[in-house]
Structures are given as structure tokens and as C-alpha cells.
Design a protein around this ligand. Structure first.
Ligand code: FES
Length: 583
């Protein structure tokens, strides 16, 4: 996509000239003083040149946004408005990581609507940022664990840090469990004496500036390896903020943290520990590291006592990462079965599914674990959906249809600002039931969209609509997930109806209406009583291993008993995918 360069507005031009003059004088004084007082032999002769450079190549951008105004960034000419906004502390929605495809980063310059990621600043500018382009409030709450029952590696790379034994838990009073989600970071402060979580914190994952999905981030790093380092530092920095927040609330200091356990998908764990995730950027999608043993917190920039250690969960393979390993650890129904001898049949078949931009899945059967992942894309997180949004306040999270039209509910009962994943699934399910959408995914009548919320009732003064393209995106996401489940069951000779329990993990899983998810094929056709929604099992598993380091051995054993399937390599996958596209 061509980069659009903003023409300078005549009014801005005169303002800019005055501004440049002031800058020139200000910078001149600074350089003059600096050179005259220094012993640097270049003397003061160079200062006009440096001033000229500064004034020619540095532009000032003033951002006006809904949550404040007048945030300014001084950046080199040619910087994109997206980067400048980040420097000014404005968090724009950048689902596609600046590829120009998601159209979420819209800003207004001189009355003209442009994409911040595709627009370079060549001169001083004033930029208006609409509410709808802000990530404001996209930080999702820490999802409570809420368990409902009693419940081969990359050759060249490994962690560059010395591997250690975990620090003694008793030396300091607390430890940190962290779920490194692609979208959200969630953490708990655990008190070792009380053996429980005493504080929680959540933040948006700052890596979203590099793209909302894993592949976009890997791509950014493969194009510019420095980006991987930036991603690592930004996450560690944010986790440190959470550590400071949680320890502060408990009257402790970050130095009181003696151990940390993190769980995340394979890419997130690699980036956190400074391991290049590039092998996951292309087929055959090999995990760059299989295990993430303890390293000194300080070696990766993480806060903690000088001898504190941080470790991650081993991964099952490919994209089925430590978040899933941690999740399985929390499911006693599965882990109890795994502690018996394989083949004894003591573990009735169970399925574990984490729904996100990837569908990561585990089938537990006969004392063994069979894992796979499918790329679902970011439709459930609102990307590529016309009015899509994350599960933020004001997001439409449930939709029903009665004789008088759509009935919607929104998060926080606020005026609707968009459609989050659960609302999207509900909307399509009710339209399928009412015959407005055919099983092929097409609207039955000639129409391009359905209005769910009118402009007058919405919080953005724009209607919230569901388009034909949105339905297509949902078909692709749900179809990939369903094809993966179907094939994993088939390869292991399990019929869906044989499953004793179907566990659904992840923040998103907590909000979907099971009947709607089943109607669109995202969940298999099982009785509703067989579904169990477990919440953030990644964080729960990290907490378990933090409090009881012996769980690492349990995890090691069940990962050894697992078999990972690369579904895309099976020729049947494409047929299964095509068949799963029908609702
Ligand atoms: S279009 Fe700008 S970030 Fe996606």
C-alpha cells in the first residue's frame, strides 16, 4: 500500500515557520553553551550546522485525543504517525501491526481521515485521534481461574542465560506468577507463607504495537531483528511495573520477590526469555526451545531479589506452548489419569481447548496427551471485523433476537462501541437460527449487512453492523478450529460423543455462550453439560508451580507422555477445513 504523505496545511505552514524559528534559537543556545563550555575540539563552528539538521529533520506532532489533549512528540521527519503516537503516550489500535489492512488506526489530519500506520510526518502537524482508534480500556481484567471441578527443538538456539536451580522459596516472602498472553498480561503475587495469591494485576501486552497476532510480530522481527529485543524489553518492563504495583500494595518491595513462573504460548515464552522465535514464522513451525528452565531474573531484566529465578513451562510442540502445559496441570481430571500407566484406560477421553488467535488443543486419552494447534486468526478479538473490538466496556457481548428485533447486552451496560468475539458468535448464531443467514454463510436475502445497533443508540454515533465479510471471517476462524478438533479426534480414534468433558480455557472462552458456539461449529455437538469453562488456566498453572516447585516434575512427565500433531501436514486437513466452513 502506498505511503500517503500529508500535504502541509497553509495555516500550519505559517505556524510551523514561527515554531521552527523558536526551535532554531532554542537549540542554537543549547548547542552554543554546550560547545563553548566543553573541551570538544569541534568548537562552536558546528553548532549552526547541527541546528539546521535539527530543524530540518525533527518535526513536532501534537495529538488531540479523547482522554487528554496536547500530547506532543518530537520525531525525525518521516516517522509514521503510529510511531509518533506511541512516543506521545497515545495507545492506538494497531491490530495488523502497521500493515495497513485492519483500518483500526484511523486519525484525522487537516480534516482528512488517514491511517496512522501508513502516514509519515514530514512537517509539524496537529493530529486528532478519534475515540474509536484508541486502545483505551482494551486492557482486560485478570480472568479468574474459576475451575468448575475439584478439579524437539530448534537446533541453533537455546536460552543464552545460565540455567539454575530455583531459588529457595523460604528466603523471601513472595513470588510472581505471570500469564503472558498475546493480548494481555496477567500476574499474581503469591505469598509463600500463606500459599495463596494475594494480589493481581493486568496490563495490555505492549508488543501489540508490533501487531496483534503472533505471525505479524514474528514477521516484524524477521525483517528487523532489533524488534525482537524491543519486544522482549517491553514485556519485561511491563511485568516489572506489575511487580512494583503488586508488591507496593502488599507493603513489600520488588526485591522481596524470590521466584517467578511464567506461562505463555511458545512465541511469547521465547520472546520473554530472549530466544529468537523465527522458526515458528514458517513451515514446519518448529518450537525454538522445548523447555524454559530457571534463569536469574536479572539476566533478562526482570525485577526480584539478586538470586531470584524465573522459569517457564515446557511446550508440547509448535504453537502448543507453556500456557497449555500450565492449563493441563490445573485439570486434575486429566493429570490424575496421566499418573497411571499409559494404556490402562483409566483416563476417559477429555478435550482441552484454548480459543484465541490460535486454537490450541489437547486430547487426553488412555494416559497419553495428543496435542495440535490451528491458526484461527484474530476474528474473535475483533480484528478484521467491521465493527470489531476486544472485550472492552461498551462491547456488545451477547445478542438475542425476538419479535421486536435484536436484544443486545454490552460490557458494563454502556452504549455499544463495537462487537467483541462473544457478541459476534451470538449474532451469527441467532441469524442462522432465524434463517437470515444460510448454512453456507451467505445472507438469505440480497443484503450486505445487518444493523445490530443504530447510530442513535451506539456509543460512537456510528451503527454497529454485521457484514457479509464479517461472517466470512468467522467461518474461517471457527472452521479452522473445528477442522483441527475433528482431525485430532479422528487420528486418535475418538468419536466426539465419547468425550467425557470438554474444557474450554482462556478469557474469551469464559464469555461465549456455549449454545451459540456450538451452533456455529466452534464447539462440537455435545450436550451442554459436558462443557466446562475454566478461565485463565495458564495463570492458575503458573501459580501452582510457583507455590509447589515439585509440580515441575509432574509437568515434565506429562509432556514426555505427549504426542504433537502438525495438522496442516495432513492432506485431509484441507478437506476437513473446507467441510468445517459450513455452519
Ligand atoms: S491499518 Fe494501521 S495498524 Fe492496521
Amino acid at each position: 500500500m502506498p505511503v500517503s504523505v500529508i500535504p502541509q496545511h497553509p495555516c500550519l505552514h505559517s505556524t510551523a515557520i514561527l515554531h521552527q524559528c523558536r526551535n532554531f534559537i532554542r537549540v542554537g543556545i543549547v548547542f552554543s553553551c554546550a560547545f563553548r563550555s566543553s573541551r570538544i575540539p569541534i568548537g562552536s563552528d558546528l553548532f549552526p550546522v547541527l541546528c539546521l539538521w535539527y530543524n530540518l529533520f525533527v518535526v513536532n506532532i501534537i495529538f488531540h485525543s479523547g482522554n487528554g489533549s496536547g500530547q506532543t512528540a518530537s520525531v525525525p521527519s518521516g516517522t509514521t504517525l503510529q510511531e509518533a503516537a506511541g512516543l506521545a503516550g497515545i495507545d492506538l489500535r494497531t491490530h495488523c501491526g502497521g500493515a495497513g489492512t485492519c483500518k483500526k488506526c484511523v486519525v484525522i489530519v487537516n480534516g482528512k481521515t488517514v491511517l496512522a500506520c501508513r502516514t509519515k510526518a514530514e512537517s509539524d502537524l496537529t493530529v486528532v485521534v478519534p475515540e474509536s482508534s484508541l486502545r483505551k480500556n482494551e486492557q482486560q481484567a485478570v480472568v479468574q481461574t474459576g475451575l468448575t471441578e475439584n478439579f524437539s527443538g530448534y537446533a541453533g538456539l537455546s536460552s543464552p542465560f545460565p540455567v539454575l536451580r530455583p531459588a529457595a522459596r523460604s528466603a523471601h516472602p513472595c513470588g510472581i506468577a505471570v500469564d503472558i498472553g498475546t493480548t494481555t498480561l496477567a500476574a499474581e503475587l503469591h505469598d509463600f507463607a500463606g500459599q495463596r495469591a494475594v494480589q493481581t494485576a493486568a496490563r495490555a501486552n505492549p508488543q501489540r504495537a508490533f501487531g496483534d497476532d503472533l505471525m505479524t510480530r514474528i514477521q516484524k522481527g524477521m525483517e528487523n531483528p532489533a524488534a525482537f529485543a524491543e519486544m522482549q524489553q517491553s514485556v519485561v518492563h511491563t511485568v516489572n511495573e506489575m511487580i512494583a504495583e503488586m508488591t507496593g500494595k502488599s507493603g513489600l518491595k520488588p526485591d522481596d520477590v524470590s521466584a517467578a513462573v511464567v506461562a505463555g504460548n511458545t512465541v511469547m515464552q521465547c520472546l520473554f526469555f530472549g530466544i529468537d522465535p523465527s522458526p515458528l514464522g514458517e513451515a514446519p513451525y518448529i518450537a525454538p526451545a522445548a523447555t524454559f528452565p530457571p534463569v536469574l531474573c536479572r539476566s533478562i531484566g526482570l525485577a526480584g531479589s539478586p538470586d531470584s529465578t524465573v522459569e517457564g513451562f515446557p511446550v508440547f510442540g509448535g504453537f502448543v506452548g507453556g500456557d497449555i502445559t500450565a492449563g493441563v496441570l490445573t485439570l486434575q481430571n486429566i493429570t490424575r489419569g496421566l499418573q497411571t500407566d499409559p494404556g490402562q484406560g483409566l483416563c476417559r477421553p477429555c478435550f482441552f481447548l484454548d480459543i484465541g488467535t490460535n486454537g490450541e488443543m489437547v486430547l487426553a486419552k488412555d494416559g497419553g496427551l495428543f496435542t495440535a494447534a490451528t491458526a484461527a486468526g484474530p476474528a474473535f478479538e475483533g480484528a478484521k471485523i467491521r465493527c470489531g473490538t476486544l472485550a472492552v466496556p461498551g462491547a456488545v457481548d451477547h445478542v438475542t433476537l425476538d419479535g421486536s428485533g435484536f436484544r443486545i447486552s454490552t460490557i458494563g451496560n454502556l452504549p455499544a462501541v463495537g462487537l467483541c468475539g462473544s457478541g459476534l458468535i451470538d449474532a451469527v448464531a441467532v441469524l442462522l437460527e432465524s434463517g437470515v443467514i444460510k448454512s453456507s454463510g451467505q445472507f438469505a436475502e440480497k443484503q450486505k449487512s445487518v444493523e445490530l445497533v443504530s447510530a442513535a443508540e451506539s456509543g460512537t454515533h456510528e451503527p454497529v453492523v454485521l457484514t457479509q465479510q464479517d461472517i466470512r471471517e468467522l467461518q474461517l476462524a471457527a472452521g479452522a478450529m473445528r477442522a483441527g478438533m475433528t482431525l485430532l479426534l479422528q487420528k486418535n480414534n475418538v468419536q466426539p460423543e465419547e468425550l467425557e468433558t470438554f474444557y474450554v480455557a482462556g478469557g474469551f472462552g469464559q464469555f461465549i455462550r456455549p449454545a451459540s458456539a456450538r451452533r456455529i461449529g466452534l464447539l462440537p455437538p455435545l450436550p451442554l453439560r459436558k462443557f466446562q469453562f475454566c478461565g485463565n488456566t495458564s495463570l492458575a498453572g503458573a501459580g501452582m508451580m510457583l507455590r509447589d516447585p515439585s509440580q515441575a516434575e509432574v509437568v515434565r512427565r506429562f509432556v514426555q507422555q505427549s504426542q504433537h500433531f502438525d495438522l496442516a501436514s495432513f492432506p485431509e486437513f484441507h478437506t476437513a477445513f473446507a467441510e468445517s466452513m459450513r455452519f
